[in-house]
Design a protein around this ligand. Structure first.
Ligand code: PLP
Length: 375
């Protein structure tokens, strides 16, 4: 049997929407992007959404828009994809890592205050695997120290915790529509914010800092445009957006299916010796993006290779950022700096989780894993 790590959910109606765009005159940022932005804003209950080319771009622009750069420190987690801390470097600021909670892998809010200095300007929490961080606690700290909170919600559109949804308390929140995320356009990203002034600025910053988009320039009587700030080239186009509009409509159906698969995994893995599963916080809605196991008795890599040998796609999310070569070389990070993140990083394996995954495939994955752990 072959079970891919991820299969996207693009269907015939999505493909038709792409064809409609390709048959139209307007390929770049226009009405379809607007329509997707409106749908995501509505889903989140957010005032503004700005479509961009990636979550990395989204994080970078948010740092720029909130004037965080050279000489500033930004607190974040080592248990994430390197995009999170790379965006801080792109903005010219310094990432300051804080270790994570053993039970969830999310940034440990109790350790944040110790990492704050007079140069700290912002916190970028990551909602790991789809579980929201303790945003109420993080915002208490942010308020006390006057810090901006930029959420990395690349894993997490659908979640809720303590009445908080992605971005609802923060200055802004960033999403990814990369090929393996819960909804995807191959590459893509978005920012949501309730700050309408910053939303206008972000709209300019995603396209060089110019004050008219192509649709403004060409759909109406020709208008001259000006450039008052230096922006980037991060605008989402109508082709990408056309893939996302339909997925946005099906997002809750997809979540239901992934939530069900998650419960199957939990039931079947509960009594298996040699693996542990991270916790879902009580009374919260987890976005169910990545299902991971922690290998306790064997070497993770030997289990990883053996599972792959059974035809099952696997991934490691993540080896902690501070131990990546560049971060070691540049900042002198080493083993033991963030022991909880390192423990997760050394033991974790992500298993397939997507709406198209069949119950029989889940059975096969669990049985394969059981055989490997026993041998
Ligand atoms: C995927 C991912 C990103 C980067 O998203 P892109 O859209 O590829 O830039 C950032 N943070 C986390 C946690 C991710 O998983």
């Amino acid at each position: 049997m072959k079970v891919e790590f991820y299969r996207h959910n693009i269907n015939k109606s999505d493909i038709q929407r792409v064809k409609d765009v390709l048959n139209s005159i307007f390929l770049t940022t226009g009405d379809v992007v607007q329509s997707f932005e409106d749908k995501l804003a509505m889903y989140l209950g957010s005032k503004s959404v700005i479509g961009v080319t990636s979550c990395t771009a989204a994080l970078h622009l948010c740092l720029l828009a909130w004037e965080i750069g050279k000489g500033d420190e930004v607190i974040t987690t080592p248990m994430s994809f390197c995009a999170t801390s790379n965006s801080i470097l792109h903005a010219g600021a310094t990432p300051v890592f804080v270790d994570v909670e053993a039970e969830t892998g999310n940034i440990n809010s109790e350790l944040i205050e110790d990492a704050i200095t007079e140069r700290t300007k912002a916190i970028i929490p990551v909602h790991l695997y789809g579980q929201l961080c303790d945003m109420r606690r993080i915002h208490e700290i942010a308020k006390k120290h006057k810090l901006v909170v930029i959420e990395d919600a690349a894993h997490t559109i659908e979640a809720e915790r303590d009445g908080v949804t992605p971005g609802s308390l923060s200055e802004c929140v960033c999403f990814s529509f990369y090929a393996t995320k819960n909804i995807t356009s191959g590459e893509g990203g978005a920012i949501a914010t309730n700050d309408t002034e910053k939303a206008d600025l972000l709209r300019m910053l995603r396209l060089h800092g110019i004050d008219k988009s192509a649709i403004d320039r060409y759909s109406k009587r020709y208008q001259h445009w000006d450039m008052s700030v230096l922006g980037w080239k991060y605008n989402m186009d109508n082709i990408q957006a056309s893939l996302l509009v339909g997925q946005m409509e099906r997002i809750d159906t997809y979540w239901e299916r992934r939530n069900y698969i998650w419960s199957l995994y939990e039931q079947k893995l509960r009594d298996i010796k040699g693996v542990e599963i991270l916790k879902t916080v009580a009374d919260s809605k987890h976005a169910r993006h990545l299902f991971t196991i922690q290998v306790t008795d064997k070497k993770r890599d030997s289990v990883l290779i053996a599972v792959q040998g059974k035809g099952v796609g696997v991934a490691v999310n993540y080896r902690p950022i501070h131990l990546l070569q560049y971060y070691r070389d540049r900042y002198g990070f080493k083993e033991e700096d963030f022991p909880v993140a390192e423990k997760i990083g050394a033991r974790t394996i992500s298993l397939p989780l997507y709406p198209g995954l069949k119950d029989t495939e889940v059975d096969y994955i669990v049985t394969s894993l059981q055989d490997i752990l026993k041998s």
